[in-house]
Design a protein around this ligand. Structure first.
Ligand SMILES: [Zn+2]
Length: 83
C-alpha cells in the first residue's frame, strides 16, 4: 500500500503555522491513516498491484483524494473499501 501525500503548505516555509492549520494537518493525517487501514490487504489478483491513494489539497476543507490503480476493477474495489 503506497500513499502519495501531497499537502501544500498555504503559507511560506519558515513561518509558524496557525492553530487552524495545525488542526487541519492532524485531521488530514488521521484521514490518511483511516484510509490506509481500510485499503490494507487490497491487491489486484490479475495484475498483482496494490492501489495507491493520492491525497492533495491545502487542508481539510480542500481535500482531493484520488485512487490510482492498475485497472478499473481494482479502482472500484478500492473505492468501495474506503466507504
Ligand atoms: Zn488490475
Amino acid at each position: 500500500m503506497k500513499i502519495n501525500f501531497k499537502i501544500k503548505p498555504s503559507q511560506q516555509q519558515g513561518s509558524s503555522e496557525s492553530v487552524g492549520q495545525m488542526i487541519d494537518r492532524v485531521g488530514v493525517e488521521q484521514i490518511r491513516e483511516q484510509m490506509q487501514k481500510k485499503m490494507e490487504g487490497l491487491r489486484c489478483a490479475e495484475h498483482d498491484q496494490v492501489p495507491q491513494l493520492e491525497i492533495s489539497g491545502t487542508g481539510l476543507k480542500d481535500l482531493k483524494i484520488n485512487i490510482r490503480a492498475c485497472c478499473d476493477k481494482m479502482r472500484v474495489q478500492a473505492a468501495r473499501a474506503l466507504k
